[in-house]
Design a protein. Structure first.
Length: 359
């Protein structure tokens, strides 16, 4: 049983905590929070032991009527591995804390790659996190996760000569009132490439990829316009079949009438997904097309949730508790990853497991 602590209980942290609880081979030691807000209350309602991320703020929790299990040092000391879900830049500062107690730690994509021993994507480079001398692992960002999941099977099956991606990025998360734009469309950045291409290279060092970014006034998801020049010339149907076999890629059928990210989220909620989360890349099946050796497609990435399965797999990898196939299958089965539409015949999974239900 792997004992897991979660430091930071916000957009990613609360989802990681739920996902860890759904894994029979893991035990959630508890979660750390900086202040007694509504998210701290949610942790208490779920019965998660709550720790003060900032020891000096412990009294604030008690004054709010919340009993603490301890302070963040206690959480780290009890954990085999800590998943750091704190805001960008804070994780780097926390590394000294994990070093102090000789506790392995995972960081999120907002941290620089040089903070860790390895950057991680379960589908593309799982084994990079398994050596004994790897103690700190970075689960790459939502967009890099999505691109890595797509590039891995394409590279393995057809070879990739060049990838070009335009990322239309949401302005902020739904609950984030501090970020924009409110009424604008921004090159983000105005220079080329955006940071996403170099970040993909932390997973695929030899991949020739160019990325540009645009930020738009939306909160639901990111949208990628993808063009990949392949080393061979498969048919459009061969590409569709390859991608449809990937559990973390969901091919949106045209007959479903899902025209955009808003309807994707509605679809996820109608299927019973917790918080309407989409752990998979959502690729519009009708957008997949081959022109000679050039592949074109549109995919959407749910920035709040697509990295959650990767965090679970990274826990097993850094603890050397399972190989790639075993871990991904366990994670997918326990969370219900592998969303598929009923259109086109009976599929392997329609209703996801309720990760909030007690076993």
């Amino acid at each position: 049983m792997i004992k897991v602590g979660v430091n930071g209980y916000g957009t990613i942290g609360k989802r990681v905590a739920d996902a860890v609880r759904a894994q029979p081979d893991m035990k959630l030691v508890g979660v750390a929070k900086t202040r007694p807000n509504y998210e701290a209350e949610a942790a208490v309602r779920k019965g998660y032991p709550l720790y003060a991320a900032i020891p000096d703020k412990s009294d604030a929790f008690r004054q709010a009527g919340i009993d603490l299990a301890g302070e963040v040092d206690d959480l780290v000391l009890q954990s085999d591995v800590v998943v750091d879900c704190t805001p960008s830049g804070i994780g780097e500062k926390n590394r000294e804390l994990y070093d102090r107690y000789d506790t392995r730690a995972l960081f999120q994509g907002g941290e620089d790659a040089d903070v860790v021993d390895a950057s991680f994507n379960a589908r593309a480079n799982y084994d990079n996190a398994r050596p004994d001398d790897v103690r700190f692992v970075r689960v790459v960002s939502c967009n890099t996760t999505g691109l890595s999941r797509l590039m891995a099977p394409l590279q393995e099956t057809f070879g990739v000569e060049k990838a070009r991606v335009t990322l239309i990025r949401r302005g902020g998360d739904p609950a984030d009132a501090t970020r924009g734009p409110i009424n604008d469309i921004l090159p983000d950045p105005v220079t080329v490439p955006s940071h996403h291409g170099p970040d993909v290279n932390t997973i695929f060092p030899d991949l020739d990829i160019d990325t540009v970014g645009v930020k738009v006034p939306a909160t639901l998801m990111h949208l990628h316009s993808v063009n990949v020049t392949l080393e061979s010339e498969p048919t459009t149907e061969e590409v569709r079949e390859l991608l449809s076999d990937e559990s973390r890629l969901f091919l949106v059928p045209g007959v479903a009438g899902i025209d955009g990210t808003g309807q994707l989220k509605e679809f996820a909620m109608d299927t019973g997904r917790p918080r309407g989360d989409l752990w998979e890349n959502c690729i519009w099946g009708e957008s997949i097309s081959m022109e000679g050796d050039d592949l074109y497609l549109f995919q959407s990435i749910h920035q709040e949730s697509d990295v959650i399965p990767e965090n679970v797999d990274a826990i097993r990898a850094v603890m050397d508790a399972a190989d790639q196939r075993e871990s991904m299958e366990r994670t997918d089965d326990n969370l219900g990853v592998g969303l598929e539409s009923v259109f086109g015949g009976i599929r392997k999974r329609i209703t996801p497991r309720d990760v909030n239900a007690d076993d």
